[in-house]
Design a protein around this ligand. Structure first.
Ligand SMILES: C[S@@+](CC[C@H](N)C(=O)[O-])C[C@H]1O[C@@H](n2cnc3c(N)ncnc32)[C@H](O)[C@@H]1O
Length: 249
């Protein structure tokens, strides 16, 4: 089975995968706190959460007094983000669209893209379109913080097959190494009723060098790197690659 061309359109649905698992939601406040320490934004500053999904970070940013725009392709996740904001009594501006076609011009003090919501396109030019859109969306001197899986870590700890037990289902993973990234098949087997669903997706692997080059091509200068939200250094032992970049003034 080949990775479908626009695989994201059929992948990010709650019936198959929801990034806001209880464990992920629990981590969001500490991750948001780390991010805000790096961005040093003033109250009321405009922040773009690109690929905000169900809004687990967006609501934390809004709780700290930022004017948050969440942008995502999945209508289901945006609905969940809206409900989460209502529950937390914060306001979010939520917009649906494709990350390759960002409609913003110089309106944000900062932008974030979290939990490996980047590197999804089989053409590198599409990743670059996304980064150029982020640069255009930022005010001069605006910051961009990107959090993706660390390509060096994935290559060194490659596991062809893996599985994990979730609350309601079993999650199976099969990974194939490609030149620029990985093609992964996720299979979900419901505990109740045994329904089986499989989807294949592509992930471009970025390391310090390749992400710096991509950011540079989009007019974003990498400033700092970390290997996790604890603030640990980026080494091949760290499974995250977090980079803070800045648009020139
Ligand atoms: C791994 S989830 C992470 C969501 C969120 N950042 C979080 O941490 O919970 C990736 C997100 O990217 C969104 N996405 C995927 N492809 C997209 C595209 N082409 N344009 C906009 N959003 C997209 C998905 O709908 C999903 O919400």
């Amino acid at each position: 089975m080949k990775v479908p061309h626009e695989w994201h359109k059929d992948f990010f649905r709650n019936s198959f995968y929801n990034p806001a698992s209880p464990a992920a939601v629990e981590k969001a406040p500490a991750e948001a706190a780390f991010i805000l320490r790096q961005l040093k934004l003033k109250k009321g500053a405009a922040l773009l959460d690109l690929c905000c999904g169900p809004g687990r970070h967006a609501v934390e940013f809004a709780k700290k007094g930022l004017a948050v725009t969440g942008y995502d392709f999945s209508a289901e996740y945006l609905k969940e983000a809206s409900a989460r904001a209502k529950k937390k009594k914060v306001s979010l501006r939520l917009l649906r669209g494709d990350m390759r076609r960002l409609p913003f011009r110089g309106e944000f003090d900062a932008a974030v893209n979290l939990f490996t919501s980047f590197g999804y396109f089989q053409k590198f030019s599409d990743d670059l379109k996304t980064l150029k859109g982020v640069a255009a969306a930022l005010k001069p001197g605006g910051f961009f913080l990107l959090d993706v899986i660390n390509g060096d870590f994935v290559r060194k700890n490659f596991r062809r097959r893996d599985w994990v037990e979730m609350e309601d289902y079993y999650h199976l993973e099969e990974v194939e190494a490609l030149r620029d990234g990985v093609s992964t098949t996720w299979t979900r087997i419901e505990k109740k009723g045994g329904k089986v669903q499989s989807r294949k997706f592509f992930g471009r692997l970025y390391d310090k060098k390749s992400v710096s080059s991509a950011l540079g091509k989009a007019g974003l200068k990498p400033l700092k790197f970390w290997g996790g939200f604890s603030g640990k250094p980026l080494t091949s032992k760290a499974n995250r690659l977090i980079v803070l970049a800045r648009k020139s003034r």
